[in-house]
Design a protein. Structure first.
Lengths: 378, 308, 327
């Protein structure tokens, strides 16, 4: 659980940076073991790359593994707050773990920067001024998929997602922006690996397009089976089933699929180009959107530290909100509920040499905030 | 949503196919439990090892057949190692110790695989000569590979049946299920028999892992959900009975598939769509366990298990 | 070899002393860790009543753990949102009072245990194991689909529930509550084991036919043991939900059932403090092994394997020797 990355401070360096001489402790709780570990590892690697590249020596990051279990995450959060006495927390991948940890952590006065999970409750009714989401609100990528589907003229979509809150949010998000009819809507079983039945229903439904949200292994299974079935309808989905880590496992079955993401390696700015290159050099693989989110979270933190310290909560909060850092996505801006307002791109899965990756083909949603900001007041 | 006959037939085929793959897991599990009296929680890990071995070999050689052979060999090898080092000491103990030991093995195998192969899923695909749909007599388009799976499963079932009934090994297995001490007294080398049965069960699990991994995701932890289902199957079918494992597997496969498709439709008759969908899905997830519960209440030792 | 009685006393004293030491050294997290161990121990003691005394290997005990947890979650959720649970035919409000929540948790777990026991006890051996697992899975899938209470995301309860006279947010206070309950249950467990009921149950576990010749009904004995066992594990579930201020379907999962059983087997089946030792050791291993490597599950697995292979009778069996026959 404990992989302490200790970057010791020297008084000279601290004074020279112009920021406060006190060091800052960051608690990262993320998933580093088990089947879903790829995402946590990507976030951690992106985060630590940015920390390493900054010339600050006073940031101490404590990293723990939540094993994707909510009760372990809660216990680790208690440990970080009570024992390690961290100033800022980050790292959680999954929305259910986020809901277990974040409300109580922010209520105790800690700042939380989410590099991934963006449940709707925390964007709306249960929002908190100490909570910042650097990635997206859960619905965003699905909304973009719906917008894209309508923009290219799909009129009769078949949509499916697993039967759990994130899955329900996915279909709600898609339907919010999609203007056509639904040929069918299915909630699959969480963890289901055989989609023959669903694909048969798609075939029989007369749909003109398919939208699905099936993260991790579920998406790999679905894509392989779909590609083999002979049902040739175009597929749209959020980036969660088409990220760099998964594409290699799916192979040709994913080629040509359009997926929506707030980031891709070919976004054209200097920060992103440098990020992609240095990530490959450091870790020997292409970064995924999760890695970019970790990288941006760290840089947001570092930028805020330039002007304030978490001990002065109001100043630090204002510094975070200003988001005065170079993001891999270009300009970065927070909405009133501390969730990003950003462009969401449509990207296509292609093969570059031996490697499967994504290429941006357009903007699906411009300057998108989220649907829950109005419910948030702090 | 039209409930056409074609859709129904297609779903039945799907149910049969998923049931047949479950049978490969369940057959090994029921043999191991029937002959050796061992609850093997690590059977799911053997399934995973088969899938990973297949992915690795397919990646190196490009041959699917070689990958399948590698899967069976790797799983059997792992099985033999596990049997000789760990399981052998547990025959005399009660089920609880076996549960703990094999649970510990799951931990070791899962994280060991992640240490060896990394945290991201591996690539394994069906070969071109097996891919794509074929048109069946009634005009149904069905994936060729799934038909192949059904055939392979049935072949294995027939093969196992012949093994059990026609060969010397089969006689020893059946006798061993009945009375362990007696066959030892009659001069059968028990430890060799047990190792052989364990290796056979492991090879079947590895084969299932490779075959299914080609159309699903090859990742750490892929075996545990299948393990639970396999236990449900052998309980429904009756411990130690290959016929029970086959019937049980087909029942479970059909219930799971058909339940998942038709229960939401049923609920839509008297509920509004989204609630019907959620409740239908929920009931579908529980349906296999309800089936098992019902079978056990009716026949406390399963359909073809030994009557007490 | 230490006498088992002394070992039990030692374990309990240490379990109480460590948090006190942590209190004086300002290490609140150690207290939280100890509370987690105590609650897991309580759940395992519950299972041990069915498993150790009654010989009922239930792989679905997480069902009761989860029922207790959700009893707490649902009641506290309605209290914190100021909405009643039910308005017709009579109004039921939520509550944040611990004693009330415990009562509700125990009663609902007891009823569930009665129903599950009536159906499951028709089977024996591995069939019993599987049917209890099936019931656990049914609760698990049901809770995932129960969107009203969070579904897979679970329910967050922002403030710990109230206990009359104590500020329960202070870690040592909550630990004291849980520890007191554990000790009380252990005493009751010991009394049950030595009572006529316990002796008959022990005999029913070993040779049911003999019990019948004396005129007792082994099924009824086992059912009573199963219900008591479910009640205790349900109480542990309510406490666990309070500790984490969070309840989710994972409390119903088969992995949770397996873990509770692991505590018992690790510590020593049918030993009074076996579950306590097992739970404490497991929580400590979970905490400290993580620092060794990212793949620490391998070390955990190897350690468990060594215990099974070389420490028959669990850790208590290793230290205190084989169980002495009752007089």
């Amino acid at each position: 659980m404990k992989l302490k990355s200790l970057i010791l401070s020297t008084a000279l360096a601290a004074l020279a940076s112009g920021a406060s001489a006190e060091s800052i402790k960051v608690g990262m709780i993320t998933t580093l073991s088990g089947g879903g570990a790829g995402l946590g590892i990507d976030v951690r690697d992106g985060f630590m790359l940015a920390i390493g590249q900054s010339d600050r020596t006073d940031i101490e990051v404590v990293i723990e593994d939540d094993q994707r279990k909510p009760d372990v995450a809660v216990q680790l959060a208690d440990k970080m707050i009570q024992s390690e006495k961290v100033d800022v927390m980050t790292g959680i991948i999954w929305s259910n773990l986020a809901m277990a940890v974040i409300p109580s952590a922010t209520a105790q006065g800690k700042f939380y920067l989410s590099p991934n999970a963006g449940p709707s409750a925390l964007a709306g009714k249960a929002c908190h001024e100490n909570y910042f989401n650097v990635a997206w609100q859960n619905d965003n990528l699905h909304e973009a998929a719906g917008a894209y589907a309508s923009s290219v003229g799909y009129k009769n979509s078949f949509i499916l997602a697993p039967n759990y809150p994130a899955g329900q949010d996915a279909l709600t998000g898609y339907k919010r922006m999609y203007e056509g009819e639904l040929a069918g809507q299915i909630f699959t079983k969480l963890g289901q690996t055989d989609y023959a039945a669903e694909i048969a229903q798609i075939r029989a439904s007369g749909a003109d397009s398919v939208f699905f949200f099936l993260p991790g292994g579920m998406g790999i299974s679905f894509l392989k089976q779909y590609a083999d079935s002979g049902v040739d309808l175009p597929v749209v989905g959020p980036a969660f089933s088409f990220d760099q880590g998964i594409l290699q496992a799916v192979g040709d079955a994913a080629l040509g699929v359009i997926n929506t993401s707030q980031w891709n390696k070919d976004i054209d700015n200097a920060t992103n180009a440098a990020f992609v290159e240095t990530f490959q050099v450091e870790y020997g693989r292409l970064p995924s959107l999760y890695a970019s989110q970790g990288f941006d979270t760290a840089n947001l933190l570092i930028s805020a530290l330039e002007t304030a310290h978490p001990d002065d909560a109001d100043a630090f909060r204002a510094a975070l909100k200003a988001a005065n850092f170079d993001s891999t996505r270009g300009d970065f801006e927070f909405g009133p509920n501390h969730h990003p307002i950003q462009d969401i791109y449509a990207r296509e899965v292609i093969k570059e040499g031996d490697v499967y990756t994504n290429k941006i083909i357009g903007v699906a949603l411009e300057n998108r905030g989220d649907a829950y900001a109005a419910d948030c007041s702090f | 949503m039209l409930m056409s006959t074609i859709l129904i037939i297609e779903q039945i085929l799907n149910g049969l196919q998923s049931g047949i793959m479950l049978f490969l897991m369940a057959a090994g599990l029921t043999l191991i439990f029937g002959v050796m009296g061992l609850i093997n929680l690590a059977h799911g890990s053997l399934y995973m090892i088969g899938a990973f071995a297949a992915a690795a070999v397919a990646g190196l050689t490009g041959s699917f057949v070689l990958a399948l052979i590698a899967a069976m060999a790797a799983a059997a090898l792992a099985g033999v190692l596990v049997e000789m080092l760990v399981i052998r000491r547990l025959y005399a103990t009660d089920h609880l110790d076996q549960v703990l030991a094999t649970f510990a093995l799951i931990l070791i195998f899962s994280e060991g695989t992640r240490w060896a192969f990394g945290s991201f899923p591996l690539f394994l695909d069906i070969p071109d000569y097996l891919s794509g749909p074929v048109t069946l007599p009634c005009g149904i388009q069905y994936p060729f590979y799934r038909l192949v799976l059904i055939c392979v499963g049935l072949l294995v079932a027939v093969g196992l049946g012949l093994l059990i009934t026609q060969t010397r090994l089969g006689v020893q297995i059946r006798a061993g299920e009945n009375d362990r001490e007696m066959i030892a007294a009659l001069g059968v080398d028990i430890s060799k028999l047990y190792t052989l049965v364990f290796a056979l069960g492991a090879a079947l699990a590895g084969l299932a892992g490779a075959l299914v991994g080609a159309i699903q995701s090859v990742q750490v932890g892929m075996g545990e959900p299948v393990l639970i289902l396999a236990f449900v199957v052998i309980v429904i079918g009756g411990i130690g009975s290959i016929k029970g494992a086959l019937i049980g597997a087909l029942l479970v496969g059909l219930t799971d598939t058909l339940g998942g498709v038709f229960l939401p439709q049923l609920f839509k008759l008297f509920m509004e769509p989204s609630a019907a969908q959620t409740s239908g899905s929920a009931l579908a997830s529980m349906s296999i366990y309800i089936l098992m519960g019902a079978v056990l209440i009716w026949r406390p030792t399963g359909l073809f298990g030994a009557r007490t | 070899m230490i006498r088992e009685r002394y070992l039990n006393g030692l374990v309990l004293v240490l379990l109480f002393a460590v948090p006190l030491w942590a209190l004086s050294n300002d290490e609140p997290f150690t207290i939280t860790l100890a509370t987690r161990a105590v609650i897991f121990a309580l759940a395992a003691v519950g299972l041990n009543i069915a498993l150790g005394l009654g010989g009922l290997v239930s792989l679905g005990h997480a069902a009761f753990f989860g029922i207790g947890g959700y009893a707490m979650g649902i009641l506290a959720y309605h209290a914190q949102t100021y909405t009643p649970l039910m308005e017709f035919p009579f109004v039921i409000e939520g509550t944040k009072s611990m004693p009330v929540i415990w009562l509700v948790a125990m009663v609902t777990s007891g009823i569930a245990a009665l129903l599950i026991g009536l159906l499951s006890l028709r089977t024996t051996g591995v069939y019993f194991i599987m049917i209890t697992l099936a019931f656990g899975q049914m609760f698990y899938f049901f809770s995932i689909s129960w969107i009203a209470y969070g579904g897979e995301d679970g329910l967050s309860i922002y403030i710990r529930n109230d206990f009359p006279g104590l500020n329960t947010l202070v870690p040592i206070n909550f630990f004291a509550i849980c520890f007191a309950i554990l000790c009380l249950v252990l005493i009751i467990n010991g009394l049950i084991a030595r009572s006529p009921f316990g002796l008959a149950l022990n005999a029913a576990r070993q040779v049911p036919q003999r019990i019948q010749t004396v005129g007792l009904d082994p099924q009824r004995l086992k059912l009573v043991a199963f219900v008591i066992s479910g009640v205790v594990t349900g109480l542990a579930g309510a406490l666990f939900a309070d500790l984490n201020r969070f309840v989710s379907p994972t409390m119903f999962s088969w992995q949770m059932s397996g873990e509770i059983m692991i505590f018992i087997i690790l510590g020593g089946t049918a030993r009074l403090c076996g579950p306590v030792v097992g739970a404490v050791v497991f929580v400590m291993l979970e905490h400290f092994l993580g620092g060794l490597s990212e793949y620490w599950h391998i070390y955990l697995g190897t350690l468990l394997l060594l215990v099974v292979l070389f420490a028959r009778g669990g850790l208590v069996g290793l230290i205190a020797g084989r169980e002495v026959a009752h007089d």
